[in-house]
Design a protein. Structure first.
Lengths: 340, 340
DNA sequence: TTGTAAGCGTTATCAC
DNA sequence: GTGATAACGCTTACAA
């Protein structure tokens, strides 16, 4: 089966290459007769236009890049990224775009990083986290390639972004514990210096304050979104803060590590200690005990980011949109009434 | 900053476009003098050749496709895919290839599926699972695009593939339980009709037989690689098979679900019942109790698959290679001596 | 409605 | 060692 090109199709259909092109791109001004002849040939030989050549001619590749940073295995392994990417991917495919997923690591040369973001090949870029945003914005400066962020970034007020409502989620989680009668509630948070973390911490504090509870700085830990971090933190706290009866974890992974520490110390969950997570990862349902958590629309975040990006690429929407998706409290078995 | 092209660079460096092209592609037959002049301009204006145009001219895109099937959220969420993809990605980047990750779902039209595999844009394809292999091979027939599989497929003996040594892993896992004194050992397996599953089941049976233990068909379950499956199976078995004291799970996710069922029934692990998983997912370390498992080189599988593919693309290696990577038993807390 | 021809930015062939 | 020139396969004015 020899490879066809537009000229051969044109010849077989007894028309010029322009007619073929018009048919394939659904342009008007093509007689029905010609259209039928062309489509017949296309079908018969299963002809598919060469996307590379098309890209060269149109200066657009219908390909978008997704960039995230390559963090430790443990964080990669939690399933969050897969779901987020899936949302992006499926929205893109629906609208005719391909997706290229790249991991950036700080050990990577600038050269390589620019290579990943080669603007000749990308119609737009989605940045999945803070670490990668600045680099990308800088690399793509003056190249007018649309960018959309997952997670708002106050440093870039001119870029559209999607996020879960972090304040709402953290407030709800904390309030859930307060409602259960807990008075000494810790908070374990992830990435430092990120708006997301700020909002979650603020919500945690304000929930406590709004309900007349003390806010203690030594009940707050900011580390990383890993099981290891939750594990270490609760290992220490179970020794140092005997009064504490509950903890809000800013990710399900933190909660998972925390519950292991509790288990090893013989502290029963939720009997003696309650744990609430954040993310609603698929695995959270199968933790021991199943985790009460703030479920965020991870897939939906990806989907919406892709929508915003493609709209921008197609100039459907010019304005900057920074959107918050609502999270939802899912009560399972890791949270219960404060011990008497 | 206006966009440069090769002609403008040529003009600025006072050479012809051919010289620029040669310099950029490290061809011989360029005077040092010319090379220096060109590189100066390239550096100064930060010129990067248009990869799309290059692809059109060379008929190769330096882009490879990775295809996997879109399975239930729960399976996606376990971190296996991310690690596998990361291995592929990093090897590709090292060797100058881009990677496009696509999820195939059976609800997808053939049209769309072919779109994803558009041979004009892909120098090669890696298939991450059985479901997707046949489709891909068929779609790419006669297009002579190299394919590499993760997971051997006896239906395609002419395609190179990488896998973990499933027999070895399952045998080791089962033997570990036997060595601990267990006599009634169940086996919960994943995908049906896959070589991987066959080998794991065979290893499980032979380990039992080799050590003089009975092999019972009702101690074997073949379902899917999900927590749900492990949960359901052990829920039933704890009722129906009171003698059983251990189970080998063909994935860490199955084990995770199984341990939850055990927990809910009040069966202590490893006191009354031992569990061994397979995969060595990052999360397995934080399960309650931390899971004894067969750690497979997930990242390494991806890396090796990419190596094989790129070698094939570059015609470095013509022959079919079907490789097995060695798994490793990691003993943690979910397995212990058989109860007396 | 259709066809011609220029252009997209490279690489590769072949004289010089 | 260098520089025209012809591909590569498509889109898109513009002319017919």
């Amino acid at each position: 089966m020899e490879r066809l090109n537009i000229d051969k199709v044109a010849k077989l259909a007894h028309v010029s290459r322009s007619v073929v092109s018009r048919v394939l791109n659904n342009h008007p001004n093509v007689s029905d007769e010609a259209r039928v002849r062309v489509m017949k040939v296309v079908k018969k030989y299963n002809y598919r236009p060469n996307a590379v050549a098309r890209s060269l001619a149109t200066q657009s590749t219908y390909q978008i890049g997704v960039l995230t940073s390559r963090i430790e295995d443990e964080s990669l392994g939690n399933g969050y990224w897969t779901l987020l990417y899936l949302g992006i991917f499926e929205e893109c495919i629906r609208r005719g775009y391909y997706v290229r997923l790249s991991f950036y690591s700080s050990s990577m040369s600038d050269e390589l990083h620019e290579h990943l973001l080669n603007p000749h090949q990308l119609d737009g870029v989605i940045c999945l986290n803070e670490e990668v945003t600045d680099l990308t914005v800088e690399t793509l400066a003056d190249k007018d390639i649309p960018i959309v962020l997952v997670g708002h970034n106050p440093k870039h007020p001119d870029i559209s972004s999607v996020d879960v409502d972090n304040y709402d989620g953290a407030y709800t989680a904390t309030k859930h514990l307060i409602d259960l009668g807990h008075k000494q509630i810790g908070g374990i948070f992830g990435d430092q210096n990120v708006e997301e973390t700020e909002h979650r911490i603020r919500a945690y504090r304000e929930a406590l304050k709004d309900h007349g509870l003390d806010v203690r700085d030594d009940y707050i830990s900011v580390g990383s979104y890993t099981q290891q971090d939750g594990y270490n933190t609760l290992n220490v706290w179970t020794e140092d803060h005997k009064q504490m009866t509950a903890v809000f974890c800013a990710s399900d992974t933190i909660a998972m590590g925390g519950m292991l520490a509790l288990h090893e110390k013989g502290v029963s969950v939720p009997g003696q200690f309650s744990v609430v997570g954040f993310d609603g990862l698929p695995i959270s349902r199968y933790m021991i005990p199943p985790l009460t958590t703030i479920e965020q629309p991870t897939y939906g975040k990806g989907e919406r980011a892709a929508q915003l990006l493609i709209d921008k690429i197609k100039n459907i929407d010019e304005k900057v949109i920074q959107e918050n998706l609502k999270p939802k409290l899912v009560i399972r078995k890791s949270s219960g009434p404060a011990p008497a």
